[in-house]
Design a protein around this ligand. Structure first.
Ligand SMILES: [Zn+2]
Length: 427
């Protein structure tokens, strides 16, 4: 578990992350409120023409000189590179209709994505969208990666690019990116389950008033984030029952059904450190012993089984000596170590197995910052979008792929209704 730790293991909410007294209003435009309209009409700096390729009825291929007339038009604002910087260009896209010799009229139409069942209707992805794929990805990056609120993104785009977008439009971009990322995550699950070593961790998360958990499961090349309950089935849905590799995790019960497991030693050492600094003399003694034994150092340096083995033998003896200790915390730690001994020492006989869960904790760090700033997500849809985007982002990073270029392509394809591409694995 990362982020907030308490002795009882229940999530503790820092005062700063307590939700503001709810006003009872829904976020966004209130019913009956006056709509916000663009004060100045958009001015296109250029035009892109789209022509139908062939007659929809008889299949005759159209020629460039066949008569066309404008059928529909929309503006697209998109980010484009200019001389080492970026700018937002406004283009008018015109879709033309052509009349065939057979008499039928065929119109070119903007691409249309697949409607995701169970999702609100406005999540139908389409090319006929004011915000182009690069700008939409940029907006999602500002939100998910750089933790900027929608109101501030609005202010930023208006101030630095002179482009005014409503908070609702920004929100839609962020969710669209999430929707484009979701099918990729499905395929990432297969990649993950084939890994030899998986790390898993979880941290408290808030979804509006609901108390949730943010899970991360990752291998060296794949990372999957998921927001849900803290039930064991959440982790089984992610890793699957057929997983044959090793699982590195903390001592949380949900992980214990996996036989091949390495328990994160850093957690135990932290408990030892807490004991050493505590007021209880027995506890302080036991804690100080743990520190003196140099287990921390060995684990951190990864010096190998020959040095760690004798330390572990002494650890086991010390725990046996303390398992009926009068001090509750000492007793609890000693018993915890003994009860989970196989998982604590798995790394000794498996040199490829990391003894700590630092990998997963590091992957959650960014989400912990996001939670502190935005107090979590506001809806199931928002949670799904956040988790999917984080999964693709972190997996790209692990595979040496530029995440934002990849997500831009992903969104471009999704708006055209094309099948999603896979994140290439390193050669
Ligand atoms: Zn025709």
């Amino acid at each position: 578990m990362s982020g907030s730790r308490t002795q009882s293991g229940s999530p503790q909410v820092a005062p700063s992350s307590l939700p503001v007294t709810p006003s009872g209003r829904k976020p966004g435009k209130q019913p009956g409120a006056k709509g916000v309209w663009r004060s100045a009409p958009l001015e296109a700096e250029g035009t892109r023409n789209h022509y139908p390729a062939a007659c929809a009825i008889c299949g005759t291929v159209f020629e460039l000189w066949d008569p066309n007339r404008g059928h529909s038009a929309h503006f697209v604002l998109d980010l484009e590179p200019v001389g080492g910087g970026i700018r937002i260009a406004c283009l008018r896209h015109i879709h033309h209709a052509t009349q065939c010799a057979c008499g039928a009229v065929t119109a070119a139409r903007p691409g249309m994505g697949v409607l995701i069942p169970g999702r609100s209707r406005d999540l139908l992805l389409s090319e006929a969208c004011l915000v182009g794929p690069t700008l939409a990805t940029f907006i999602a990056a500002l939100s998910v990666r750089y933790h900027i609120s929608r109101t501030r993104i609005r202010e930023f785009l208006a101030g630095w690019f002179g482009v005014t977008l409503s908070v609702g439009t920004l929100d839609r971009c962020i969710r669209e990116v999430g929707v484009a990322c979701e099918p990729v995550v499905e395929t990432l699950l297969d990649d993950l389950r084939q890994a030899g070593v998986i790390h898993a961790d979880e941290t408290p998360w808030r979804q509006k008033e609901k108390r949730c958990w943010l899970w991360v499961v990752l291998s060296s090349t794949t990372a999957i984030f998921h927001i849900g309950s803290r039930q064991g089935e959440e982790i089984r849905d992610l890793i699957g029952d057929a997983f044959l590799g090793w699982l590195v995790s903390d001592g949380y019960g949900a992980y214990r059904s996996y036989k091949k497991r390495q328990r994160c030693l850093a957690h135990l050492i932290r408990k030892g450190v807490a004991l050493a600094g505590g007021l209880n003399p027995q506890g302080a003694h036991f804690g100080a012993w743990l520190l003196r034994e140099g287990l921390i150092h060995e684990v951190a340096e990864g010096t190998g089984a020959r040095i760690v083995n004798p330390i572990l033998a002494r650890l086991k003896r010390a725990c046996k000596r303390h398992r009926d200790d009068e001090a509750e915390k000492v007793r609890a730690l000693a018993r915890e170590v003994l009860n989970d001994w196989t998982a604590i020492t798995a790394f000794v006989t498996n040199p490829d197995l990391p003894a700590t869960n630092n990998e997963a904790e590091r992957a959650l760090r960014d989400a912990v910052i996001a939670r502190r700033i935005s107090h979590g997500t506001r809806s199931e849809e928002g949670s799904a979008a956040y988790a999917a985007t984080m999964s693709v982002l972190e997996t790209c990073r692990r595979r040496g792929v530029d995440p934002w270029a990849f997500i831009t392509d992903l969104l471009t394809d999704a708006r055209r209704g094309l099948p999603h591409r896979a994140i290439p694995l390193p050669a």
